[in-house]
Design a protein around this ligand. Sequence first.
Ligand SMILES: *Cc1c(COP(=O)(O)O)cnc(C)c1O
Length: 397
Amino acid sequence: MLSERAKKIKPSPTLAIDAKAKAMKAAGEDVISFGVGEPDFDTPDNIKEAAGKAMKDGFTKYTAVGGIDPLKDAIIDKLKSDNGLSYRREEIIVSTGAKHSLYNVAQALYGPGDEVIIPSPYWVSYPDQVLLNDAVPVFVETFEADSFRVRPEALEERITKKTKALILNSPSNPTGMIYDRKTLEKIAELALKHNFYIVSDEIYEKLIYGGAEHVSVASLDKEVKMKTVLINGLSKSHAMTGWRIGYAAGPAEIVRAMTNIQSQSTSNPTSITQKAAIEALRGPQDFVVRMREEFDKRRKYLVEELNRIEGMHCLMPAGAFYAFPNTSQLYGKKAGGRQISSSADLALYLLEEARVALVHGSAFGDDNYIRLSYATSLADIKRGVERIKGAVGGLTA
Ligand SMILES: *Cc1c(COP(=O)(O)O)cnc(C)c1O
C-alpha cells in the first residue's frame, strides 16, 4: 500500500526515549531533560508585538510564496552585514523553518541515484531528507581528534561522478564544533573541482563562544557562492522554534525551483510570522547577546563537570548548545543485571536510574557519544550532572 519512499523513512530514533521521558514526567516523576533542541528562552517581546500588530492590521492572508519583499530585504541586509554576502531577492526564499528550507533544497537538487555526502555525526534529518528524494546518503566519518571537522582527504575519497552535494553544518548539532576558514577553503576547492553543491546549514551561527569566528562558506569567493545554498533561520538565534520560519540563499535557478516546489506544497510561510521575522532581523539584537552569554556559562559548567566523571570525556564545544561527551569507555560495564553496551543502553539506563533524559549518539550516527543540550537552566544542569555522576559511579566492570 505504502510508497517505496515512505517505507525507507525510519521513525525518529530519539522518539522512544523521548516518549518514555514524557511518560515518566506525566506520571509525576522529576525527570531532568537534556534532550531538547531548542532555546529555553521566551521569544523577545518586540518580536511578539510585531506579530500582534500584523494581526491587528489584518496581515493575515496569503503572501508571495517565497516570502514578502521587506522580509527578503531584511535577510539580504543581514547576509551582507553578518556574512559579507551579496544576494538579490530572486536568490532568497523564505520557508516554514530551516528544516523546510533544507527539504526544498533536497527536492530541488537530489534525484534517483544521486549521492549526497554527509559528515557524521550529523543532524538527524539530513539522511532521511536525502532518502525521501530517492537519493543516497554517503557518510564520511569525522573524529574527535580533528574537532569533528571532516578531513578533506577523507571527503575526497567519498566523491564519485554521482556526488551531487555535501551537507555542511557549522556550528554543528550534535558536536558543537565549528569549521575554520582553512578547512572550508579545502572543502570548497573540492566542490569546484568535482562540481558538486554545498548545502550549508548555518542555523547556529549566532551561538558561538569564546571569540571564535563564523565563516560562511559562500563568502570564500564568487565561484564557491554559485555552488552553495546557504540555510539559516530564526528558531535558534531568536528563540522562535514554534513560529516556523527559515530561509535559503543560493543561485537564482535553484531558488526558483525551490519556490515552485513550495508553491505546490505549503505556499507561503505564515504571514504573521514573516512580520515578526522582520522585527527579529532589524530590531535590537541585545537578546541574542544575553542568551549567548547565558549559554556560554552553562557550556563551561556542564563540560567541566562531564570531564570529572570517570569514563567520560568531552571536548569543549565552540558553538550551538550541545555537549557531546565520549562515553565509549562505559560500554561493557554493568549495573545490577543490566549490561551497558551502547549509547542507547546508556541513555535508557540514565533515564531509568537517574531520571535524566538525553539523546544517544547512535541517533546522530556515532555510538561512542551521547548528546546533552544545555538549553536548560543552570540549576537543572547542576542537579542533572549530579545524578549522572551517581548513576555512572554505580556501574561496575
Ligand atoms: C534546529 C535545527 C534546524 C531546523 O530549525 P527550524 O526550526 O526548522 O528552523 C536545522 N538544522 C539544525 C542542525 C538544527 O539543529
